[in-house]
Design a binder for this molecule. Structure first.
Ligand code: HPA
Ligand code: ZN
Length: 377
C-alpha cells in the first residue's frame, strides 16, 4: 500500500514539475516575443512568404512553375548556402512588377514583425533587382513609401530604409543607382552591400561608399557567415568602407584583434541564426553559439530575421527563442540583445533613450505580473 501511495505521489510530483516547466516555457516565449525590438537586418524581398509570392504572380499574370506554397517551399529546399539561396531569392522576386506588390509585401512583414515586438525597422531593399526587370526607381520608392505609410497608420512602429547594392554586380551599376536615387536620398537612412560575397568587394565598392557618405548616408555591409576570406572582408568593411554596422558579422568571434576593433568602434553586429528549408544539422547551433560568444565578449550583438519569408517563416522573436534554446542563452541575454538593437539603430538619441526605457518598463511590468519568472534563467 505504502509503495502504491509513494508511486502516486511520485507520479503527481513529476506531472506538477512538467506542468510548471511548460508554463515557464510559455511565459518565456511571451516575454521574448513582447520585448521591444529594433529590426536592423532584413531584406524587403526576402520577407515575401510563398503564399504572397503566388498571389502576386497570379495578379500580375505571370506563369510560375509552382502550384502551391508547398511547391515554392520545395524549391527553397535547394538553398544550402549563400549563392544557392540568392539564386532562388532573385527568381522569386521577379514576380514583383508594381508599387502595390512592394506595398503588400512590406505591410505583411510589418504586421508580423509588430506582433513579435518590433517597434522600429530598418529595411534593406535591392533596387538593382527591380531595375533589371524594368521597374523604375520611382515605382520602388512609391511602393516602399506606401507600405510604410499604411504600417505607421495601423501600428506604433517607425520605419527607415537602407538601399543595398549587389556585391556580385559591377560597382559602376551601384554608383549609377546611387546617383539616380538622388531625389529620394531623404527617404534613406543609409546604404549597404548584399548578395553573394565576392573576393575583395570592399575595394570594389570604396568609391561608391565614399560618395554615399558625402551625401550624409549611413553605411553598413554584409559579411556573411563562414565565407571565404571572411576575416579580410571584415577588416575591409571597417577600415576601407568605414561601416557602422556589419550584417551577420558572426566570424568576428574567430579573430581576437578584429573583435577588439569591433568593440572599440562600437560596431553593431546584426546576427541571423536562421534556418533554410533544407535540414542542415548544426547550422542553428553554430550561429547561436557565435551570437552567445560575441554577446559574452561584450560586442554590440543583436539578432535579426534577414529573409523570414524564404527561411521557414521565422521572424525576429522566433529566432531569438530558437537561439536561446540552441546556445543556452539567458533571459538577461534576451534583454541585452533587444537593447543592443536600439543601441546600434540609426535613430535619434532621444528615440534611443525612449526605446531603452520602454524595455526597462516592459521587464519591470512583466516581473511584477510573473514574480516566479524572475529566477528563470
Ligand atoms: N546575405 C547576402 N545577401 C542577401 C542576404 C544575405 O543574408 N539576404 C538577402 N540578400
Ligand atoms: Zn542579409
Amino acid at each position: 500500500m505504502k509503495r502504491i501511495i509513494l508511486s502516486i505521489c511520485l507520479f503527481l510530483g513529476v506531472h506538477a514539475t512538467v506542468a510548471a516547466a511548460d508554463r515557464d516555457d510559455e511565459r518565456m516565449r511571451a516575454f521574448v516575443m513582447g520585448l521591444p525590438k529594433a529590426e536592423l537586418h532584413l531584406h524587403m524581398e526576402g520577407t515575401m512568404e510563398p503564399e504572397l509570392f503566388l498571389a502576386i504572380a497570379r495578379r500580375n499574370g505571370i506563369d510560375v512553375p509552382y502550384d502551391s506554397p508547398e511547391a515554392v517551399k520545395d524549391r527553397l529546399r535547394a538553398a544550402h548556402d549563400l549563392p544557392s539561396f540568392i539564386e532562388i531569392y532573385e527568381e522569386l522576386i521577379s514576380v514583383v512588377e508594381q508599387p502595390e506588390d512592394i506595398r503588400d509585401i512590406t505591410l505583411a512583414y510589418y504586421r508580423k514583425a509588430y506582433s513579435q515586438g518590433v517597434r522600429h525597422a530598418e529595411m534593406y531593399f535591392d533596387p538593382q533587382l527591380h531595375l533589371e526587370r524594368g521597374m523604375t526607381l520611382e515605382m520602388v520608392f512609391d511602393g516602399l513609401a506606401a507600405g510604410r505609410a499604411a504600417a505607421m497608420q495601423e501600428m506604433d512602429i517607425t520605419i527607415g530604409f537602407i538601399m543595398a547594392f549587389l556585391r556580385d554586380r559591377p560597382a559602376a551599376d551601384a554608383m549609377a543607382v546611387l546617383e539616380a536615387a538622388e531625389p529620394w536620398h531623404g527617404q534613406l537612412l543609409g546604404v549597404g552591400l548584399d548578395n553573394p560575397e565576392v573576393e575583395d568587394f570592399h575595394l570594389k565598392f570604396e568609391p561608391v561608399f565614399k560618395r554615399a557618405a558625402s551625401y550624409g548616408l549611413r553605411l553598413t555591409s554584409h559579411c556573411d557567415v563562414q565565407q571565404e576570406h571572411t576575416i579580410k572582408h571584415h577588416w575591409g568593411v571597417i577600415e576601407v568602407l568605414g561601416v557602422e554596422r556589419i550584417d551577420h558579422g558572426l566570424n568576428v568571434i574567430d579573430d581576437p584583434e578584429l573583435l577588439k576593433e569591433v568593440k572599440a568602434r562600437g560596431i553593431g553586429l546584426t546576427g541571423v541564426p536562421s534556418l533554410f528549408y533544407r535540414d542542415m544539422p548544426g547550422r542553428m547551433e553554430y550561429r547561436a553559439g557565435a551570437v552567445k560568444a560575441l554577446l559574452d565578449a561584450g560586442a554590440e550583438m543583436s539578432i535579426h530575421s534577414d529573409d523570414p519569408g524564404m527561411k521557414r517563416g521565422l521572424y525576429i522573436g522566433d529566432l531569438m527563442l530558437r537561439a536561446r534554446e540552441a546556445a543556452g542563452m539567458t533571459r538577461e541575454d534576451m534583454i541585452t540583445l533587444s537593447k543592443n538593437s536600439f543601441r546600434t539603430a540609426w535613430i535619434s538619441e532621444d528615440a534611443r533613450a525612449r526605446y531603452l526605457r520602454m524595455i526597462d518598463d516592459y521587464v519591470a511590468a512583466f516581473d511584477e505580473a510573473h514574480p516566479e519568472m524572475v529566477s528563470v534563467p
